[in-house]
Design a protein around this ligand. Structure first.
Ligand SMILES: *Cc1c(COP(=O)(O)O)cnc(C)c1O
Length: 372
């Protein structure tokens, strides 16, 4: 009964969502703060005032929402932690919206990566990329991280230049390393990268870092930047992702979308997210709060003999000499906090800890002090 395709899939395994006990949840890089009051009020008002709008299909192209996202990005420059001005104006024609950035990534994979050419990605990056390669039967060539966990950009570039490659993708900042290339480093990569191949950067965590590669969009027509409302916009439960690229590339993604699902973003999500974008200052405050808590947590790790990477994200990758990642994970879980452990080689000694509220992190630090 089943297709051959289905048995060859290796589905993504998300952070656990246990129902047996209430845990402090620091395992899925969700935001510990709620969306803005503006967004919540807009949802209530929309549902109360426009019941008929729920009976009708939403705008298939999320036009008002894309306008709002453009204006939000023009305000922040793509990094709410630093807020700088972009050298050009982002327009709605440069934006595509989908049902979570996972879906946007799926359209990007379908639109730009061929099944007879290699996609180049780091061995350690967002683990959904290999899953989509399985789904779309796209061959993947992975490049190991360097010893300091940064990307081996020389190797990635030389592989991407080969005729047998279609494109390159990585998250910046990367997951689960939490480290980022600077915009200058990415620009220099793009200058040497083939102009006729797409270059995809996943900026899921960029708002918590120092700078965004959005500034490079007017320099490189082959650049695609994927972003999400799930992390810095406190919106993981509502599902909204988007990507930015030249209007030409965006219209190709729309073509893929219209061959799969005309209406990926529902009416309530469009209204809520539009109103979130009108409240940029609120999200800047939450982002800065998360970054301040992260820095405080990193000081704790340093003072207590943990090894960790200097995070540019809302999570920290940490380990303790003499203990396995599994042991650390189990110890912390027993005490009521969930963090993420990957059994993948190279990172199995670590746990990935999402930055929560100050109170949640105080509780975690109390527990971590007991680990020896
Ligand atoms: C969380 C995450 C996503 C997925 O985001 P959604 O919009 O919730 O689907 C994509 N890429 C990276 C690197 C992420 O960490």
């Amino acid at each position: 009964m089943l297709s051959k395709r289905i048995s060859n899939l290796n589905p993504y395994v998300p952070g656990e969502q246990p129902k047996d006990r209430i845990y402090i949840k620091l395992n899925a890089n969700e935001n510990p703060y709620p969306p803005s009051q503006n967004a919540i009020a807009a949802i209530k008002k929309f549902v109360d005032a426009n019941p008929m709008k729920l009976a009708l299909y939403p705008d298939p192209d999320s036009f008002e929402l894309r306008k709002a996202i453009a204006s939000h990005l023009n305000k922040t420059g793509g990094c709410m932690n630093s807020c700088s001005k972009l050298p050009f104006e982002i327009t709605p024609e440069m934006i595509f919206c989908g049902n979570g950035s996972d879906e946007v990534l799926s359209f990007v994979f379908y639109t730009f990566f061929d099944s007879d050419k290699q996609l180049i990605a780091p061995t350690h990056t967002y683990s959904f990329y290999p899953v989509y390669c399985g789904y779309y039967q796209i061959p993947l060539t992975t490049v190991d991280l360097k010893d300091d966990f940064t990307l081996d950009t020389d190797k990635m570039l030389s592989l991407a230049k080969e005729n047998s490659s279609s494109a390159m993708i990585f998250a910046n900042p990367n997951a689960p390393t939490s480290l980022a290339l600077t915009v200058d480093q990415v620009r220099s990569l793009l200058k040497q990268y083939p102009k006729d191949k797409v270059f995809v950067i996943d900026e899921a965590y960029t708002d918590f870092s120092d700078e965004s590669c959005l500034a490079l969009l007017n320099e490189f027509n082959n650049l695609v930047i994927v972003r999400t409302f799930s992390k810095s916009m406190c919106f993981a439960g509502q599902r909204l992702g988007y990507c930015l690229a030249s209007p030409e590339l965006i219209s190709s993604i729309v073509r893929a979308k219209n061959s799969f699902n005309h209406f990926p973003v529902d009416a309530i999500t469009q209204v809520a997210a539009m109103n979130s974008c009108l409240d940029t200052d609120y999200y800047i405050d939450q982002t800065k709060k998360v970054v301040a808590t992260r820095n405080r947590f990193c000081n704790f790790l340093k003072e207590n003999g943990w090894f960790f990477y200097q995070s540019k994200t809302n999570f920290v990758l940490a380990k303790k000499e003499g203990l396995s990642g599994e042991e650390i994970y189990q110890f912390i879980k027993k005490e009521g906090v969930l963090v993420r452990h990957f059994s993948t080689p190279l990172i199995s000694e670590y746990v990935r800890i999402t930055i929560g509220t100050d109170e949640q992190m105080d509780e975690l630090m109390r527990i971590m002090k007991m680990i020896h």
